[in-house]
Design a protein around this ligand. Structure first.
Ligand SMILES: Nc1ncnc2c1ncn2[C@@H]1O[C@H](COP(=O)(O)OP(=O)(O)OP(=O)(O)O)[C@@H](O)[C@H]1O
Ligand SMILES: O=C(CO)[C@@H](O)[C@H](O)[C@H](O)[C@H](O)CO
Length: 481
């Protein structure tokens, strides 16, 4: 292991206007960073970048893979934007991000640090096999052992992906001796850790993890030839994983870094302040979640149930409808229009402008009989279902009507997974809407309000960001100690 680099003079004895926690979210579409003031819990700086990390030709046609180097570059470009006067005040780092996914790296060769630029570069790493990866078909899932866990295993879950790779593409595992989510890799890199650690939240999202005993199902996995040595040690949410070894971009060294958390738990935490509230977060995917009372124990695994119980904070659980269909359905529509324009030799239109025009035409189109089921990625409880359109009439094909029915379809899909009646029976009286795919889309808001017909309020501040949420989680943890 390399010796820690000396603290450069700019970090010595500098006082900053705020003492802050740096929250990082490694999302599927974008990375976000938030500096949260420890006294007021407010955001004093935030920025984000689209990673454009998706690889065009994955190793399996049903796969969904991202380039880890692009994610790291986008993140460091964000961190470098932290204003000079705020950087010395960073006292802790919290990391959250896309759950379920898995990447591999080689110990001591997984990254390189440049003492000149204070930036890292990726070394010997695999691609990131994301939560949207579809190679573990229902047929494949039937051939793998039943886990001893309350969460069923679905395609895109880390352990299922590793099992698939071990069986069908063993060369993809060769040369690697470490694995984790991309967030665990980042934490290991920042802290110079020989072995990565993972939180209960992300371990549960990989499958084959028993939240009760906090143990991996190693004996079950070992029988299948699964490389159990790759499974990281598991910590509780809020625990410290290590210490930042070197100055990183503008962030001073020797500050604590928390074990990486799930984006789902972090994005709902700041908004779930009242019992009786549920949080609806729509980013690349969509989740509707509320907190179960202390002492609640989840029922045994039921893969056909659209509601699952995810580990939250302090040993509690969240009831969650985690739809694979969210902003990605609209993003797919936008990409389709752009590629049609290109194929037809018509000048392309900027993405943000296209969203603006589509949403404006849906605003004037009013209701429509056209029905779109937008489940292009299937859903975990119905993996074979794909998107479809019905009730297509000659006068329901305007761009505004198609956009509106797509939004209506995203709302209907979430409502089918966790309907209004389920929420009210569980005491939910209000929904807090967060996530940029929801807060930027007035049509989606209208359609959700119609579908749910219970008060829906929107959190337009950064409170709904997982980057803010993970910083907030660390702040709560510090206040407890
Ligand atoms: N200009 C825009 N106007 C409205 N919606 C947009 C616009 N640009 C992107 N979106 C929506 O936002 C979604 C991406 O949201 P976001 O950046 O929050 O993703 P993310 O943080 O990577 O998601 P997640 O946290 O789920 O991984 C896209 O899928 C798209 O539906
Ligand atoms: O959207 C994601 C990443 O960008 C996922 O991690 C989801 O937020 C979510 O964690 C999942 O669908 C819950 O099971």
């Amino acid at each position: 292991m390399a010796a820690p680099v000396d603290v450069p003079s700019p970090y010595r004895g500098v006082s900053a206007p705020y003492r802050t926690i740096l929250g990082i979210d490694l999302g599927t579409t974008s990375v976000k960073v938030s500096l949260v003031d420890m006294d007021s819990s407010t955001t004093v700086f935030s920025t984000s970048r689209e990673t454009e990390a998706t690889i065009g030709f994955p190793t399996d046609p049903r796969g969904d893979e991202q380039d880890v180097a692009k994610i790291l570059t986008s993140l460091q470009n964000c961190v470098e934007k932290i204003p000079e006067e705020l950087a010395p005040g960073v006292t802790r780092i919290g990391v959250s991000g896309q759950m379920h996914g898995v990447m591999l790296w080689r110990a001591r060769e997984g990254w390189h640090y440049s003492p000149m630029s204070h930036r890292f570069e990726t070394g010997k790493v695999s691609r990131l096999y994301t939560w949207q990866d579809g190679r573990c078909t229902p047929e494949f899932l039937q051939t793998i052992p039943t886990p001893r866990a309350h969460l069923p295993v679905a395609t895109g879950n880390g352990c299922a992906t590793l099992l698939w790779l071990a069986r069908h593409m063993p060369e993809a595992l060769e040369g690697f001796d470490r694995a984790g989510t991309v967030m665990d890799y980042l934490v290991a890199m920042l802290c110079g850790m020989e072995l990565p650690v993972m939180s209960v939240q992300n371990a549960a999202s990989w499958g084959y993890f028993d939240c009760g005993s906090r143990l991996w199902n190693k004996e079950i996995l070992a029988e299948t030839g699964f490389p159990c040595d790759l499974l990281p040690r598991v910590l509780d949410p809020g625990e410290i994983a290590g210490t930042l070894r070197q100055p990183w971009c503008c962030v001073p060294p020797r500050i604590d870094v928390g074990v990486a958390l799930g984006d789902l738990q972090c994005s709902v935490l700041p908004s779930l302040v009242h019992m009786g509230d549920a949080v609806m977060n729509i980013g690349t995917s969509a989740q509707l979640a509320f907190q179960m009372t202390g002492g609640f124990l989840p029922p045994p695994a039921d893969p056909s149930s659209p509601v699952q119980y995810y580990p939250y904070f302090g040993g509690r659980y969240l009831a969650v409808a985690a739809a694979l269909t969210g902003g990605n359905a609209l993003a797919c529509f936008v990409k389709m229009i752009q590629s049609w324009l290109q194929d037809l030799g018509i000048p392309s239109i900027q993405e943000d402008l296209l969203y603006e025009r589509l949403l404006a035409s849906a605003q004037t189109s009013g209701d429509t009989p056209l029905t779109i089921v937008p489940t292009i990625f299937g859903e975990r409880h119905i993996p074979d279902q794909r998107a479809s359109a019905s009730n297509v009439t000659i006068d329901s094909l305007s761009v505004g009507q198609v956009t509106r029915s797509l939004c209506k379809g995203v709302a209907a899909n979430l409502h089918a997974m966790m309907p209004r009646e389920f929420l009210t029976e569980c005491g939910v009286q209000r929904i807090v809407g967060t996530g940029s795919a929801l807060t930027r889309n007035g049509i989606l808001q209208e359609e959700l309000e119609k579908a749910y017909d219970i008060p829906l309020v929107y959190s337009k501040t950064t409170c709904g960001d997982a980057a803010y949420g993970v910083a907030f989680a660390m702040l709560l943890e510090m206040q407890k100690r």
